[in-house]
Design a protein around this ligand. Structure first.
Ligand code: ZN
Length: 209
């Protein structure tokens, strides 16, 4: 039964704000999931791992050119996988596509011959599981363009959470206002009887397609 569960997931980091997020999570003894890139310090990834969070793979470069071919995608993924392995000693098992698996960027390229299904098959063959999301706080979208950014993030979190489902929440730990909003998000979740979990093998992946 995964209803009323919140999976906080952070993409595009680590960054300097990751430490603030880790401190807030530790204060409430909540575990989360970080889909990391080549950005930020190795130390931040090590702390994510040591503090019991799930370290997962997003992309090394976050450049849309990774979608040129299966080979270019896997080359990029292997680079971030190697980074995580060298820091934590562990093979990461979970992946999030830049843009998600409904990513239209893959189709915008006139010179590519692949679809997202080719990449999904490549991940499956290698034993990876991929995760999209069903709650977005829009911290890289609409909330980036308003004056009260943290309030916008918090409002979207409250608006899109559903108590009768497993909520996989997309956020970005490269955003100061997301780090600033996190404690109020956690308090809201606790007060409304949600359970917070990190992604593991028992998590049912959310897939756009
Ligand atoms: Zn991203």
């Amino acid at each position: 039964n995964t209803s009323g569960v919140i999976y906080l997931t952070f993409d595009d980091g680590p960054s300097t704000y990751t430490y603030q997020i880790l401190n807030t999570l530790a204060k409430y003894n909540i575990k989360a999931t970080f889909f990391v890139t080549k950005a930020g310090s190795d130390d931040a990834i090590l702390k994510e791992y040591q503090q019991g969070h799930t370290v997962a793979l997003h992309t090394y470069t976050h450049d849309w050119n990774i979608y040129q071919s299966v080979a270019t995608y896997l080359d990029d993924l292997n680079k971030v996988a190697n980074r995580v392995k060298s820091i934590t000693g562990v093979d990461a098992k979970y992946v999030r596509f830049p843009g998600g698996s409904s990513n239209q960027k893959i189709y915008y390229r006139s010179n590519n011959t692949i679809t997202i299904y080719d990449l999904i098959n490549a991940l499956n063959e290698r034993g990876y599981k991929y995760f999209d999301w069903n709650v977005s706080v829009e911290d890289a979208g609409g909330c980036a363009y308003v004056s009260s950014k943290s309030a916008c993030v918090l409002n979207n979190f409250k608006k899109y959470l559903r108590s009768n489902q497993e909520n996989i929440v997309l956020m970005h730990d490269i955003k100061s206002y997301t780090a600033a909003a996190l404690e109020d998000m956690i308090i809201y979740g606790i007060n409304n009887h949600y359970t917070f979990k990190a992604i593991d093998d028992n998590t049912t992946p959310v897939h756009f397609r």
